[in-house]
Design a protein. Structure first.
Length: 116
């Protein structure tokens, strides 16, 4: 759970909600071929013998803002820097509009390329 204190109380949102929200926003960007498990998620999936529900997304709270890590595969032949800028903008906008939580940083890791 990720929580923030407000003057009315504490707001907590589950990791799974963030993973679904961010994964959907990133997948909608042109050139993204899919989400990739981070090394931590790969080990966890093998130990649990099932796919991680938060595939390719890690969210944590630090100093009043959210830190988002996204692991993606891109389509071969596209401009990677343009895709990453698009993902950072879309994820930041989507999370802040949906939850009201400030996003401090979005890290995008391009782990592989896939042919069309």
């Amino acid at each position: 759970m990720i929580g923030f204190e407000t003057n009315l109380g504490t707001i907590e949102i589950s990791q799974e909600y963030f993973a679904n929200l961010i994964g959907h926003a990133a997948s909608e960007c042109c050139g993204v071929a899919g989400m990739i498990n981070s090394p931590y998620q790969t080990v966890r999936s093998r130990l649990m013998r099932r796919e991680a529900p938060d595939k390719g997304v890690r969210v944590r709270s630090e100093n009043g803002g959210l830190l988002v890590d996204i692991h993606i595969a891109v389509t071969y032949g596209v401009n990677i820097s343009a895709i990453v800028r698009s993902i950072v903008h879309k994820v930041r906008y989507t999370v802040e509009e949906s939850t009201g939580f400030p996003v401090a940083k979005v890290n995008v890791y391009v782990d592989s390329m896939k042919a069309q």
